[in-house]
Design a protein around this ligand. Structure first.
Ligand code: PGA
Length: 250
C-alpha cells in the first residue's frame, strides 16, 4: 500500500514568521499518523523556517514550489535545486497550473526541472491537468498524457521518486471539484500511462488537487485510486489543514 500524501501548496502566502505561527498551531493539532505523510510547500523564503520547525517530525516533508534546472548562474529571481535542498527542501512542485498558465512554463522546461531535481536527490511532484475548454472538448486524457510524456526515458529508479498530482485547472481555487469518481477515471489513465514505462504504477503516488476542503477531503481520500491530496486555499489555515490531514483516519 502506498503512503497517503497530504500536500499543502501555500503559493505566495505565509511569510517566514507567519509560517512559524502556522506550525505553532498546526503541530499540536496533528500527531504523526501511520500510513501518511504531510508535505508542506512554503514560499522559498520560508523554506528554512518550516524545515527547522519540523525537523523532529519524520512524517513531515518540506518542499519548494519551484526550482530552476540549471545548477547556478545569471538567472535573476530563480532558485537552484542545491539552494532549495540546503534550505531543507526534499521535494518540489513541477508544472503547477499557475506555472504553466500564468508564467508560461512549457513541458520541455518541466522535463528539465524533473531531471535536475532527480540529480539533486529531490522528489518531483509533477502536476498535470486540463483546462475547462480542453475538458469540454473531450481532450482531458490527451492533455494529461502529453504532460506526462516528460517522464519518457527516465529509469525505474528515477520513476520511483516521482509523485504525480492530477489538478484539473478549472477546479483550482474555484470551489468546483471533480467528483471523486471523475478524478479516479483520470487517475486510472495516469496509471496506465505510467505502466507503459514498465514500472508498477501503484508504486507512484497519484494525488488529486483542486478545491479540496475539510468537507470533501474524505471522499477523495477514500477513493482507492487517489493516494493523497494537494491543497491550496484550505491549507493556509492551520485548523482547516489539520482537519484535512485527519480526515482519512477520523
Ligand atoms: P486550491 O489549489 O486547493 O486552492 O484549489 C490547489 C493547488 O493549486 O494546488
Amino acid at each position: 500500500m502506498t503512503t497517503t500524501i497530504l500536500a499543502a501548496n501555500w503559493k505566495m502566502h505565509l511569510s517566514p514568521s507567519e509560517a512559524r505561527a502556522f506550525l505553532d498551531t498546526f503541530l499540536p493539532l496533528y500527531e504523526p499518523t501511520s500510513g501518511q505523510e504531510v508535505w508542506l510547500f512554503p514560499s522559498a523564503v520560508a523554506l528554512e523556517a518550516v524545515a527547522n520547525a519540523t525537523a523532529d517530525r519524520t512524517d513531515i516533508v518540506v518542499g519548494a514550489q519551484n526550482v530552476h534546472w540549471e545548477p547556478g548562474g545569471a538567472f535573476t529571481g530563480e532558485l537552484s535545486v542545491t539552494m532549495a535542498a540546503e534550505a531543507g527542501a526534499r521535494a518540489a512542485l513541477v508544472g503547477h497550473s499557475e506555472r504553466r498558465h500564468v508564467f508560461g512554463e512549457t513541458d520541455a522546461e518541466t522535463g528539465k526541472k524533473i531531471r535536475a531535481l532527480l540529480s539533486g536527490g529531490m522528489r518531483p511532484v509533477l502536476c498535470v491537468g486540463e483546462k475547462l475548454e480542453e475538458r469540454e472538448a473531450g481532450q482531458t486524457a490527451a492533455v494529461v498524457q502529453r504532460q506526462l510524456s516528460v517522464l519518457d526515458g527516465l529509469d525505474a529508479q528515477s520513476l520511483g521518486q516521482i509523485v504525480v498530482a492530477y489538478e484539473p485547472v478549472w477546479a483550482i481555487g474555484t470551489g468546483r471539484t471533480a467528483s471523486a469518481d471523475d478524478a479516479a477515471t483520470v487517475h486510472r489513465a495516469i496509471r496506465d500511462r505510467i505502466a507503459d514505462y514498465g514500472v508498477t504504477a501503484t508504486d507512484i503516488p497519484v494525488l488529486y488537487g483542486g478545491s479540496v476542503k475539510p468537507a470533501n477531503a474524505r471522499a477523495f481520500l477514500q477513493e482507492p485510486e487517489i493516494d493523497g491530496v494537494l491543497v491550496g486555499g484550505a491549507s493556509l489555515d492551520p485548523v482547516s489543514w489539520s482537519e484535512i490531514c485527519r480526515s482519512r483516519v477520523d
